[in-house]
Design a binder for this molecule. Structure first.
Ligand code: SF4
Length: 247
């Protein structure tokens, strides 16, 4: 793993998903096999494999402090091209410092992560009136998780963290995206932990070879995505949980 501390030029970027996005890191230690964010390598001069480099934007909070005063308030997505709570965040606290600025200025925030490390920041998350915390939970089967997202936290740890946030009164959501093999039972596991659920299929081809080598080709078909998605929606709705397919 190649780790570098860098000074970024900007931090608050326009986003099509929410109004703005903040990426405290370039690169992601989780290195998920299907991750679309690897395209950032082209724009940052990285030649290392995805998951084997992380640039730490050590001036992110300082930049945000200046930029936030010049921009129209809007919802900020944390993050789009990295996991804001990847392992380096434990010691660097770049995401935490940015959150403090956003919450101090009362901007709405949407956090998206795969890591229970977000619980460390419950003290400041609780201070925001407009914050939503989401977990990407792609399968219910941790053996599948190990095939596609070996460096990311276990599914049971993610579910437990989501439940803790929900029980703490924080608005929560689950992103089943991309829907991996073994996702079928998620509709039974998410009620009581998430306030809403979104489901998307696999939209990229980076992990096609893994499906093939693992003899999971039948889980990369429209039929799988449609039938599994419909089952999860049905199970969630029966439990009173809002759940939508986005494909
Ligand atoms: S955690 Fe998210 S950003 Fe990081 S590698 Fe996985 S999909 Fe990509």
């Amino acid at each position: 793993m190649i780790i570098r501390e860098i000074r970024s030029k900007t931090i608050l970027s326009a986003s099509k998903i929410h109004n703005y996005v903040i990426n405290p890191y370039i690169g992601c230690h989780h290195g998920c096999s299907y991750c679309y964010a690897r395209f950032i390598k082209k724009f940052t001069g990285h030649e290392e494999p995805w998951g084997e480099f992380v640039d730490i934007k050590i001036n992110a909070a300082e930049l945000l402090h200046n930029e936030i005063r010049k921009k129209k308030p809007g919802t900020v997505w944390v993050s789009g091209l990295c996991d804001p709570y990847q392992p380096l965040e434990e010691s660097y606290r770049i995401t935490r410092n940015c959150l403090e600025v956003l919450i101090e200025h009362r901007w709405p925030v949407v956090i998206q992560t795969r890591s229970p490390l977000v619980l460390r920041d419950l003290d400041i998350i609780r201070k925001s009136e407009r914050i939503e915390v989401g977990f990407s939970i792609t399968t219910a089967d941790d053996d599948v998780r190990k095939i596609f997202e070996a460096e990311a936290p276990s599914i049971s740890d993610r579910l437990a963290a989501l439940e803790r946030l929900h029980d703490s009164g924080i608005s929560t959501y689950a992103m089943i995206a991309p829907m991996l093999p073994g996702a079928e039972e998620l509709g039974k596991l998410l009620p009581g932990k998430a306030d809403r659920v979104l489901i998307d299929k696999m939209n990229y081809h980076y992990a096609d070879h893994i499906y093939h080598n693992s003899r999971l080709d039948d889980k990369l078909t429209d039929e799988f995505f449609r039938s599994t998605g419909n089952k999860i929606v049905k199970d969630c709705k029966e439990a009173g949980l809002c759940c939508n397919l986005v494909f």
